[in-house]
Ligand binder design. Structure first.
Ligand SMILES: NC(=O)c1ccc[n+]([C@@H]2O[C@H](COP(=O)([O-])OP(=O)(O)OC[C@H]3O[C@@H](n4cnc5c(N)ncnc54)[C@H](OP(=O)(O)O)[C@@H]3O)[C@@H](O)[C@H]2O)c1
Length: 208
């Protein structure tokens, strides 16, 4: 598949590595595609990967991943090409970093906000509950961490479940997109654990 990953940071770079390895064509959408940092990232990945401005990165993509700080979401969405009909994987956590609180209350979520902003976008919430280091790298004590996925379309769910498996993680169906409210709250709880006694090498597992 052709995957555009907007944001060349922690999450964007690790997802790129995994998916190029599994045979996908990845285009990183970066504000500075010619920067040394982005060139080094691309140079470190062996396979079909390049970098373009976000507007151009999405044009031929089957799937777009949005992996930018929450404060940059509006800017990012207004700079994209026409995304209608595309799948967008939303990995973002809408956190007010000064207060360390979720921006949306329990009746809304970042994923639903993005879906409202872009008509006909097929938004899938995934990866927001895992630390970027866990993507493609390691299990915790031999256990693959779970990645709950929320979306409204069963075909999109199946596809993103497979993409999650390709990162070495354990996909689980969390239900429709409005369950993103719970996924974002779960991420907030994991962030609190990380910043408290437990560090970043932690994850959530649905035992079944
Ligand atoms: N880090 C984690 O463990 C983790 C886990 C789960 C979810 N998340 C979520 O995933 C999203 C990305 O997190 P991350 O850790 O990958 O962030 P990051 O390392 O800071 O990278 C974000 C990337 O977004 C791009 N960007 C676009 N507009 C920006 C702006 N105004 N300011 C700064 N960067 C901008 C930048 O790429 P260019 O410079 O190339 O444009 C930057 O490298 C966040 O919403 C976060 O809540 C993170």
């Amino acid at each position: 598949m052709k995957i555009a990953i907007i944001g060349s940071g922690n999450i964007g770079s690790n997802l790129s590595r995994c998916w190029v390895k599994s045979g996908h064509e990845v285009t990183i959408g970066s504000r500075n595609p010619a920067s040394t940092r982005v060139k080094e990232l691309i140079g470190s990945i062996d396979g079909p990967i390049d970098a373009k401005h976000p507007r151009d990165a999405c044009v031929n993509a089957d799937i777009v991943v949005l992996a930018v700080p929450w404060g940059a979401i509006d800017d990012s969405l207004s700079n994209f090409c026409d995304l209608s009909g595309k799948i967008l994987i939303d990995v973002n956590n809408p956190v007010d970093t000064k207060k360390m609180e979720l921006i949306f209350d329990g009746h809304d979520s970042g994923a639903e906000y993005i879906a409202r902003r872009v008509p006909n976008l097929r938004v899938v919430k995934a990866f927001n509950t895992v630390a970027s280091e866990l993507i493609g790298s390691s299990k915790i004590k031999g256990v693959d961490v779970s990645v709950p996925i929320a979306c409204d379309n069963q075909d999109d769910l199946k596809l993103v479940m497979e993409l999650v498996r390709e990162t070495g993680l354990d996909p689980i169906n969390a239900g429709p997109l409005n369950k993103s409210r719970l996924l974002e709250a779960l991420a907030m709880l994991i962030i609190c654990f990380s910043r408290g006694d437990y560090g970043r090498n932690i994850g959530f597992k649905l035992l079944r």
